[in-house]
Design a protein around this ligand. Sequence first.
Ligand SMILES: [Zn+2]
Length: 286
Amino acid sequence: MPKNDSVTRAMTNDGAFRIIAARTTDTTQQVVGAQNLKGPVAHDLADLVTTSILYRETMAPTLRVQCIVRLEDGAGQLVADSHPDGSTRGLVQPGPAGVQPDIRQTRATLEMMRTLPNSELHRGVVEVPEGGNLSDAFMRYMQLSEQIVSMIALGSVVEGDKPAAGGYVVQVLPEAAEAETAMATMTRRLEDFVEIRERLQESDGSPSQLIEQIFEGMPFTWLQTSDIRFDCPCSEVRVMTTLSVLPRSEVQELVDEGEPLSIGCDYCGTSYTVEIAQLQGLLSSS
Ligand SMILES: [Zn+2]
């Protein structure tokens, strides 16, 4: 039984399919816990965090990726970031009056971004299908923005005493002989793997068990496994960097108020205290 979150890959020996499966139970528990989220929004953020991990592992293992679900009319957004070292975080930004974003009720888009080595952003946006299914939105993105046919399922149980989260991406490889037949066979097989929450709970989210079930009876080869964890790159240095780009007059106002500044990170809940002397330091160095 796996004790840690991880991503595992495998490929069928006929070269027709590649699978990438993830266990994200601990990461999503910590993301949701850090913001004290409950109900549908906690579930949606967990699925988006899994999306960001699978997206990076599928399209850009060595790049930083970000996924944003943006609700129409400023009704809030959900954000997930995943980094090449496996560190991942997520955030819910509520709409007006603190109402939690609900993608079942409000139309939304899914925006997927990766930062290229030259710092440019590669970006694609699709509509989240009505009803708010993020697995379908992710599949739509892969098809429309990346021209990759894939079958994807995400699943998360964030509340109760048996949490579990994870998902998979199955890709039909372009070099597959008789790709259409292979696709039809896999589509039928995956009908039993659209709803994966119970499976994830039973296997403690094991990505290898999920792969064994999906590729049952098909000779396949295990590829690499990598670790995933909740981590936030916030730091005092980053807080100071953010403050250093404020207009001088605003920093001066903060100094004049005469109280240390307290800044909390929305992603992880860490709180940073900036002393007056540090603020004065910003004024003298700029
Ligand atoms: Zn943080």
